[in-house]
Ligand binder design. Structure first.
Ligand code: GLV
Length: 308
């Protein structure tokens, strides 16, 4: 029985060392060295090898090396294969940093002050405390809940929206299509941390923007596919939205003449909101493999029908 890793060499070296120390009975192989294909039970990858059922006939678990699993073509994976997303504290912590930075920047009017600085303007806006700013996080999975906890610590008035009902201390929780408008109507800064599925593709569009208060702001740190770009540009143009912080696009990077590069109300970062941290992710993988060996439920198992 072996564990196969397919991905950047640097992370592979960290994991190989952790596996050798903590689980020496499970040989750790790095793609393209796969040893005996019939021995490979576990694969950690962003992109699995082509024709996975034939290449790795005895594979039991596919671990995504990232938080997302939308890069997988589920229809090409053997039906019985367990798919697991990366749930690890390093990735969660970095996402919380990014969301805090973006929300604080928008709350403290940084896009406006940067524009003013560039045009030599010294002009103050009223200073208001975080408690008067209503932040709404769409997607209350591991990352959304952690971000909400952090935003609460910063003092923001927090709400969350999720497909199914969630309860989080100190957070107004909304669920489903029926409660979406109510959630949006009370949201000054909208943060998207949803998984990308056929249902959420294009959710950040006119329908959602129109339900936000005039002058609201957007932070998208999930996937470019959530956003309808033309609707964002129109909402920034007509003042429905006053600024957007985008960490993701579709495709990445956007074309050189794409309006996002130079838009005065858009801050664009190159998909760096968070990243899997090799050390902590290695520990999380080993913990999951131990759970599996003991027949316990794994952390981060994906419902293949829902797509997350
Ligand atoms: C990055 O976007 C990830 O899914 O980890």
């Amino acid at each position: 029985m072996t564990f196969l890793y397919k991905g950047p060499a640097q992370r592979g070296a960290v994991w190989a060392e952790q596996f050798a120390r903590r689980m020496p009975q499970l040989p750790f192989l790095t793609w393209p060295e796969i040893g005996d294909p019939a021995q490979v039970r576990f694969l950690a990858a962003w992109e699995p090898p082509p024709r996975i059922a034939e290449t790795l006939p005895k594979l039991e678990i596919l671990f995504s090396v990232g938080a997302g699993v939308d890069q997988f073509d589920f229809s090409a994976l053997p039906p019985g294969l367990t798919v697991v997303r990366m749930v690890e504290p390093g990735l969660t912590a970095c996402m919380c940093e990014y969301i805090s930075w973006a929300v604080l920047s928008l709350h403290r009017e940084m896009p406006l002050y940067l524009r003013q600085q560039r045009s030599g303007q010294w002009k103050e806006q009223p200073v208001r405390p975080a408690s008067t700013r209503r932040v709404g996080v769409m997607g209350m999975g591991m990352l959304g809940r952690a971000a909400l906890a952090q935003l609460r610590l910063l003092g923001f008035d927090c709400a969350g929206w999720n497909r199914s009902r969630r309860n989080e201390p100190g957070v107004r929780c909304y669920s489903g299509e029926a409660e979406l408008d109510e959630f949006l109507a009370r949201t000054d800064i909208l943060v998207c941390l949803l998984p990308l599925t056929p249902e959420t593709r294009g959710i950040l569009g006119r329908r959602v923007f129109d339900a936000l208060p005039q002058g609201a702001c957007l932070v998208n740190a999930s996937r470019g596919g959530h956003l309808v770009e033309a609707d964002l540009l129109a909402a920034l143009e007509n003042g429905r939205l006053s600024a957007a912080v985008l960490d993701v696009c579709e495709p990445e990077p956007p074309a050189q003449d794409h309006p996002f590069w130079t838009h005065p109300r858009i801050w664009l970062t190159p998909h760096i909101a968070s990243a899997t941290q090799a050390e902590t992710a290695g520990e999380a993988l080993l913990d999951n493999l131990r759970r599996y060996a003991f027949g316990l439920p794994l952390e981060g198992v994906v419902d293949r029908l829902r797509g997350y």
